[in-house]
Design a protein around this ligand. Sequence first.
Ligand SMILES: NC(=O)c1ccc[n+]([C@@H]2O[C@H](COP(=O)([O-])OP(=O)(O)OC[C@H]3O[C@@H](n4cnc5c(N)ncnc54)[C@H](OP(=O)(O)O)[C@@H]3O)[C@@H](O)[C@H]2O)c1
Length: 283
Amino acid sequence: MQLFTKLNDGSQIPTMGYGVFCIADEECEKHVLNAIKTGYRHVDCAQIYRNERGLGNALAKTDVPREELYITSKVWVSNFGKDKTIKSVDLSLSKLQTPYVNLMLLHRPFGDYISAWKDLEKCVEEGKVNSIGLSNFNKKQTQRILDICKIKPVINQIECHPYGAQNKLKEYLFNNDIAVEAWYPLGHGNKKLMSEKILLALAEKYSKTPAQIILRWHIQNNNIVLPKTVRVERMVENFNALAFELTKEDVALINGLNKNKMLFNVPNWVQKLNNKLFPVNLD
Ligand SMILES: NC(=O)c1ccc[n+]([C@@H]2O[C@H](COP(=O)([O-])OP(=O)(O)OC[C@H]3O[C@@H](n4cnc5c(N)ncnc54)[C@H](OP(=O)(O)O)[C@@H]3O)[C@@H](O)[C@H]2O)c1
């Protein structure tokens, strides 16, 4: 079973994606091929994960045609800047062994993200990228892009899970027709979250696991999800969150776990620095 979310440029993204953060380049091909065998058709990668080559090897080997797969990558902040961003997209495409990615995001709102956005718009015009979007942009930063863009961002990929539901930012994004992708959808496997009483009770009620309950909660709250796992049985488990439904009342119970608590904190002093902080060589 597949579900799709329609984006503001008319394209469709599979609502369930497979995230490859924290997977080594040499392991990535194997895990992506397993995910594709499980049924995933959407993979979420990034330049800074340093595993675009492994994902590219999987794309080269799989029997599933490229047009049935939805591939996302993200430009890292050290690659922001006029022409620099385009060059980095070219390098990503060569590592990924594909002539285009479905979606390219600006990974974090540091440095010259305005020039980076203009470069991404050129990549769309040149057919290297189908859709473009943001990641970790707050309301003000998203608005800065909306104020200067020729092409509107289709998505903002943000940390989102039952402890940090991001309701205010989501309301602003949905009002601007920007879809939400939830990273850390399982709270990065946070043990406290996964053993919340309400989730255990709902898992029993629906004969599902707490992870499936959380993923289903995301889907019914209009979030695109990107759970990561290296275990095939969990790939299947997570994917099967597409195939059942929570009642509105049960979604509301999980909404009650929200404490606006982010599990991945970027310290304020880091927020204030520009991309000089990230002298990363991603060749
Ligand atoms: N844009 C950004 O800044 C950003 C930041 C972080 C992440 N992301 C994206 O979001 C994706 C997901 O985030 P994430 O990988 O950090 O966190 P996550 O998907 O919330 O959680 C992954 C953790 O949960 C465990 N897990 C997975 N399925 C499970 C299940 N069914 N039951 C119990 N535990 C389970 C995994 O362990 P095992 O692997 O051992 O199963 C792993 O430790 C990333 O891969 C990446 O694509 C984006």
